[in-house]
Design a protein around this ligand. Structure first.
Ligand SMILES: C[S@@+](CC[C@H](N)C(=O)[O-])C[C@H]1O[C@@H](n2cnc3c(N)ncnc32)[C@H](O)[C@@H]1O
Length: 527
């Protein structure tokens, strides 16, 4: 849009797909690898699960494919699209692009392209009162802020949290020791977002004392005068010791009327100093204090954890060292501020699974996506299995008395339905039988539901998949199963001449599609 402030980068108009080698490859936006909806295949489960989209989900695969599947496959979309309350991601800075000569502009462009596609899908999945938290360091923070302004709207920016990661600066630093990370926070709709206050600390409660053995318990004195003009705020008071004070300190007014002061005094809620001789103060009782602490944008490691805490938690639990785990207490704070038990929390760069582990212990529903099968095997799954089994004594376990329970489904992003042969796109070898039916249903937005000759349903339209060549006899047989008000979409790998017309004559509004050509064409270009 002309005149709009925007960040530009190399190949911004293109899409990226992982190249299978830890890097990414630029391709056109309407390439089937971008528009395709991958299947999420169940590979196992741990603990109690229902086998539905309602379970906690640990997905191995690329975050783009997983998010696309969650937002476009009807069974998952119903549960996740517009329903996710919190997204926390801690994406890698290194996008692994193996350029022959390091090129900063390209490296940044790959990162920005990779993030943009995922943030757009995250926006679709977020609930209107949801928020997204992106953990970054100085390498990309400023760029990501502008990117997120573009995607979520500047007006939905909430904070850039600074997490002080360590208290001992690195003496080996050439110029300055970088001791903090950032977490950029955006709301889906800032006006709908509620950020809960943090629990009170012991230090805060210590400010309340009870020198006069007040039966209402510990209290803290607060001023009953203020600088603002108050029409009933100027009158003399007599202290219990008999001293007459002509009014509040110079330039101030009592903040309550004389009647109110007398009423509170009669109720024992006014403090006149140890000798009953001072200016009056209002007693604020700890038992009557509502709420906690307003969260601040600067987080100290003593409160939310040090880098080493995250590392220790993972090492003790699974016996391996993970490079970049975050401390559980830090994730706990984010989850506590933004969600209620039962809300959905998503992390599509799951790593060692800190977000999922903490969400699980706190009774939230979760989805974790991790690209690397080795990481899933050695860290994410290993950790979450212990959490479910009640065998994770670390992190926030003791504090919240977690003793195990619940479960999760393990899923894998299925392989692409398509293969390239030169410039042609053909169906992959696995595109047969029930797998093919499911994949076709997912591409066209049908709920996969086998019944008679049909394999899917979308309102009054049924889906039939012919694993071969369709002809007049085949479509006539399919149509004979339709109810009067129903139509059918027939997908076939090929069709005899005249079949399309025959189908339309038999059932007005029904249609014949050829795979893969028409599936690719219909794969909605997301942006
Ligand atoms: C910085 S780590 C996240 C650490 C995590 N917050 C924790 O506490 O353990 C980033 C993770 O994202 C994974 N990753 C990188 N690219 C990905 C992608 N395209 N889709 C899903 N995961 C990806 C990496 O394998 C790595 O485990």
């Amino acid at each position: 849009m002309a005149g709009r402030l925007a960040l530009s980068w190399v190949n911004k108009h293109q899409a990226l797909v992982p190249d299978g080698d830890g890097g990414y490859e630029w391709i056109e936006r309407d390439d089937p690898r971008v528009t395709e909806v991958r299947l999420l295949q169940q590979t196992g489960h741990m603990g109690e699960v229902s086998g539905t989209a309602e379970d906690n989900l640990l997905i191995q695969g690329d975050s783009y494919d997983a998010l696309q599947a969650l937002s476009r496959t009807p069974e998952y979309a119903k549960r996740y699209r517009g329903k996710v309350k919190l997204v926390y991601i801690d994406p890698p800075f290194n996008t692994g692009q193996a350029f022959e000569h390091y090129d900063d502009a390209l490296e940044h462009s790959v990162w920005l392209g990779m993030m943009r596609e995922r943030l757009l899908l995250i926006r679709d999945l977020l609930a209107s009162d949801g928020s997204v938290w992106v953990h970054l360091d100085d390498a990309e923070m400023a760029y990501c802020r502008v990117l997120m302004d573009e995607i979520f709207g500047r007006g939905n920016f909430l904070a850039s949290v600074v997490w002080k990661r360590r208290n001992d600066p690195r003496n080996s630093a050439v110029h300055m020791s970088a001791d903090h990370d950032y977490i950029l926070v955006f709301a889906k709709r800032l006006e709908d977002l509620v950020i809960k206050q943090l629990p009170r600390t012991e230090a805060m409660d210590k400010a309340y004392v009870n020198p006069d053995n007040d039966p209402r318990g510990p209290w803290r004195r607060t001023d009953v005068s203020a600088r603002n003009y108050y029409s009933k705020g100027m009158y003399p008071v007599t202290t219990p010791s008999g001293r007459v004070i002509s009014g509040p300190m110079k330039g101030r007014y009592w903040s309550i009327s004389k009647e109110k002061l007398d009423e509170l005094d009669a109720d024992g809620r006014i403090y006149w100093g140890a000798k009953g001789d001072s200016l009056p103060y209002l007693k604020r009782y700890l038992s009557e204090v509502q709420g906690g602490r307003v969260p601040s944008s600067v987080w100290h490691p003593e409160e939310v954890g040090f880098v080493r805490n995250g590392k220790e938690e993972v090492r003790r639990l699974v016996g391996n060292v993970f490079a970049t785990p975050k401390p559980e207490t830090m994730i706990q704070r984010i989850i506590q501020m933004t969600t209620e038990p039962g809300d959905i929390v998503l992390d599509c760069f799951a790593g060692s699974g800190t977000t999922a582990a903490v969400a699980h212990k706190m009774g939230r529903k979760w989805v974790g996506v991790e690209l690397s099968p080795e990481n899933v095997e050695n860290f994410t799954r290993a950790r979450l299995e212990k959490v479910v089994a009640g065998k994770d004594p670390g992190g926030i376990t003791e504090q919240i008395a977690w003793s195990g329970g619940g479960g999760f489904q393990e899923l894998r992003v299925g392989s692409s339905l398509y293969e390239r042969v030169g410039h042609r796109v053909v169906l992959a070898d696995w595109a047969k039988g029930d797998d093919f039916d499911q994949a076709v249903a997912a591409q066209l937005g049908f709920v996969h539901q086998p019944e008679g000759p049909f394999v899917g349903v979308k309102g009054r339209v049924r889906l039939a998949v012919v694993d071969g060549i369709a002809d007049e006899v085949v479509v006539a047989s399919i149509v004979s199963y339709l109810n009067e008000d129903e139509r059918v979409t027939v997908v076939a790998k090929g069709a005899a001449p005249g079949t399309e017309q025959a189908l339309r004559d038999l059932s007005k509004g029904s249609r014949l599609l050829k795979a893969p050509r028409d599936l690719i064409r219909r794969g909605k270009v997301v942006r």
